[in-house]
Design a protein around this ligand. Structure first.
Ligand SMILES: [Zn+2]
Length: 121
C-alpha cells in the first residue's frame, strides 16, 4: 500500500517518483530560499554574539592578560553560552575562546583573560 506524500512547500499531494518532495520547481526553490534565509539569519545572530564577546574581552584585556569579575563581563553584555573553541592546558585548565580572546573561569567568581598568542604557537 502506497502512502500519500505531500509537497513540502505547498502541501499538495505528490504523484510520481517515491523520492519526490515537491510538486514543482517553484515549490522546491521557494522552500530552499526560505530555509536558507532562516539559517543565514541564525548564523548572523551567532556571529554577532561571538564578535561582541570577543570585543568585550579585548576591551577588558588591552595588555594580553587581565583579571576581571563576572559582573564586569555581564554588565557589558557578555554571553557565556557562546564561544568558538576550548583550549585545555596540560594541567586541566579550560580556557574558553571567542576567536583570539579567551578567558579562564577562576574559583572565586573571577575570570582570567588571555590573548591566544601566548598559549598556542
Ligand atoms: Zn508544491
Amino acid at each position: 500500500m502506497e502512502t500519500v506524500r505531500y509537497c513540502l512547500e505547498c502541501g499538495e499531494p505528490l504523484h510520481g517518483r517515491a523520492d519526490k518532495k515537491f510538486c514543482s520547481d517553484q515549490c522546491r526553490t521557494a522552500y530552499h530560499n526560505r530555509l536558507h534565509a532562516a539559517t543565514n539569519q541564525y548564523i548572523r545572530q551567532i556571529n554577532s554574539i561571538l564578535r561582541k564577546n570577543r570585543n568585550i574581552l579585548a576591551k577588558l584585556n588591552p595588555s594580553g592578560k587581565a583579571k576581571v569579575t563576572k559582573e564586569q563581563l555581564l554588565s557589558r553584555g557578555f554571553n557565556f553560552n557562546y564561544h568558538t573553541n576550548i583550549y585545555e592546558t596540560r594541567n586541566g585548565s579550560r580556557y574558553f575562546f571567542c576567536y583570539d580572546m579567551g578567558y579562564l573561569p577562576l574559583d572565586n567568581g573571577m575570570y582570567f583573560l588571555v590573548h591566544r598568542q601566548e598559549y598556542i604557537g
